[in-house]
Design a protein around this ligand. Structure first.
Ligand code: GAL
Length: 575
């Protein structure tokens, strides 16, 4: 460094001869030798070999960085360029930084041992699971669970199709790839090795592309197995523009695909409009568009009869439609036992299908059966935003369906814990073990939408409830089944009185056995100081800590009641 600082030439004529320099910065140019990068590559390669330690998801970017760095080393050596050359220096530094970042990003694989609703849920490769709006099928053949759902890696669009994961423990899911692959263009029927094989000889290629093109809506896929045809049958909501509208949700149809294996490849068949409101219906949410089908689910009953449950009439009315024997269409369109759909709609209301709560605007249906009763959980219709869930119960699948009730209790109950239902998994229906599956959609980044799995808790009669858990394990389900109270418990007390509750009660467990169990009541005496209904919780130690909730009416003394009998002189009115 050779610096000379000189004051102005005129300086000698005055006193103001300070040099016009404030400070000097001296930068030493460090040359990063190529050998530094080579050493970094060597250490990165050592880490990259630890495939049993790190997740594949975190190793992939490291391997990519190694390949890039090696190419750079090769190029520099081949071109004989001096590593000191400025652009090379920059490339060498970038390559080293890149390797450092990817090394820092390595994640040690740790199997999941619990559910953490709302947190990122990774598969066995360490990648976030892409199975939104999905459902689970237990496969008797392979004795595995399969989770099918929307692959939203690309966000809303382009659609990738339906992804499938397999699991034996319901915590750890192996990515089995795309069960149903969305199609990019008509030319893929010729050029793509998979697509050309799956749809070889099909005359309806344009229709297939119109239904499962990457620019189409493929939502809420569900799969069931058909014992007769030995096929895995996938149903989904296929949408996109219609012949009369360019809107993305104009077509509103249900499509199906078939496969010989639970992991696919599923071969897409066709989509159709489904059942229609009867001509004499007093309410019809969308008379101009009969048979609409959007959010949907499947339910296979104990006798093998399967049903499609879907939001119809512009999402205003849920329909439950019986499927035909091969599960390839709703039964009502095949009145003559034809394989083809009848041209004329002859479905019989109450025999082939029913409508549940016309005009109630319910979506995201999830059905299950417990102790002979059918339960149907639904969401409201507010797009990606959450809303309160509601459920209904019936003794037979075609109803009557009881009035809608809210299952959620506690904090965030009003938005179903910021989620929308998608399915219910029967883990052990006999013992009352069911999991509620929902999506916490993230509209701004759909691929990062989270999964909310919670235990379904059975109360008295046909009541169910959902509560938030930050973390829970499958053994929580041991205390979720229905426990009916046989002992007579106080139903009412006077204001200020604390009810005397027994320390042991007789109950019937989920499997119908009667037994005595100690009970610990959680009671706050202050609650009985005002009139109203007080819910008291009791924990049953002999039943895995099952919590029962009883309602006690707190009644002021000296109150007269007037029964409004609607103008009719009923016995209550007289009393
Ligand atoms: C929701 C529906 C989702 C998706 C979304 C689009 O109501 O449940 O499956 O269709 O709307 O906005």
């Amino acid at each position: 460094l050779d610096v000379r600082i000189q004051g102005p030439a005129t300086a000698s004529l005055s006193n103001y001869n300070d040099p016009l320099v404030n400070y000097i910065m001296i930068k030493k140019y460090v040359v990063v030798p190529l050998s530094d990068l080579e050493a970094k590559i060597a250490s990165a390669k050592k880490e990259a070999e630890k495939i049993d330690t790190y997740t594949q998801f975190s190793l992939e970017p490291l391997n990519k960085a190694i390949t890039q760095a090696e190419a750079l080393v090769k190029a520099i050596k081949e071109n004989g360029l001096e590593a000191q050359d400025k652009t090379n220096q920059e490339q060498i530094r970038t390559a080293i930084n890149n390797l450092d970042t990817k090394l820092a990003g390595l994640t040690v694989y740790a199997p999941n041992t619990s559910y953490k609703p709302g947190q990122v849920w990774t598969d066995t490769n360490g990648a976030p699971i892409q199975a939104h709006g999905g459902g689970i099928m237990y496969d008797e053949q392979s004795k595995k669970y399969y989770w099918y759902g929307e692959d939203k890696t690309n966000g809303y669009l382009p659609a990738r199709g339906v992804r499938v994961y397999s699991s034996t423990d319901l915590y750890n899911w192996k990515d089995e790839g795309l069960a149903l692959t969305a199609i990019e263009s008509i030319s893929q029927f010729e050029t793509d090795p998979l697509i050309s094989k799956l749809y070889e000889g099909r005359k309806d290629k344009a229709d297939i592309l119109n239904d499962i093109g990457t620019d189409r809506v493929i939502e809420r896929p569900k799969v069931i197995y058909n014992e007769k045809t030995k096929k895995y049958v996938m149903w989904m909501h296929t949408d996109g523009p219609s012949t009369t509208s360019t809107a993305m949700y104009a077509k509103a149809e249900a499509g199906y695909a078939l496969s010989d294996s639970p992991i696919g490849p599923f071969v897409y068949q066709e989509s159709n409009r489904m059942d229609r409101a009867p001509k004499d219906a007093t309410y019809n949410g969308q008379p101009d568009q009969p048979g609409m089908a959007r959010d949907m689910n499947l339910f296979k009953d104990d006798d093998g009869t399967a049903y499609l449950i879907y939001s119809s009439e512009e999402n205003r009315t849920i329909y439950i439609s019986k499927l035909n024997d091969s599960y390839t269409d709703v039964a009502g369109w095949h009145k003559d036992g034809n394989k083809e759909r009848d041209t004329e709609y002859k479905a019989v209301y109450g025999e082939d299908y029913v409508r549940v709560f016309p005009g109630a605007q319910r979506e995201a249906p999830a059905m299950f059966k417990y102790q002979g009763k059918y339960y149907l959980i639904t969401s409201g219709a507010t797009g990606w935003d959450p809303n309160p869930a509601r459920y209904t119960v019936a003794d037979t699948i075609f109803g009557d369906w009881k009035p809608l009730r809210d299952p959620s209790i506690g904090d965030k109950a009003s938005t179903t814990f910021d989620s929308q239902s998608t399915n219910v998994i029967p883990i052990d229906a006999k013992k009352g073990k069911f999991i509620f599956m929902a999506d916490r959609w993230k509209a701004s980044d759909l691929k990062d939408s989270r999964y909310i799995w919670l235990p379904i808790e059975f109360g008295q009669d046909d009541e169910i409830s959902l509560q938030w858990y930050d973390e829970w394990k499958l053994d929580t389900l041991d205390r979720m089944g229905k426990v009916s109270i046989n002992s007579k418990l106080p139903e009412k007390v006077s204001v200020g009185q604390v009810p005397a509750l027994p320390t042991s009660i007789n109950v019937t467990n989920s499997e119908g056995e009667k037994l005595d169990t100690p009970v610990t009541w959680t009671m706050n005496p202050v609650n009985f100081s005002k009139p109203g209904t007080v819910v008291v919780e009791g924990t049953l130690s002999k039943l895995a800590g099952k919590v029962i909730r009883i309602k006690i009416l707190v009644i002021p003394d000296h109150v007269r009641y007037f029964v409004h009998a609607g103008g009719v002189k009923t016995s209550d009115y007289v009393t």
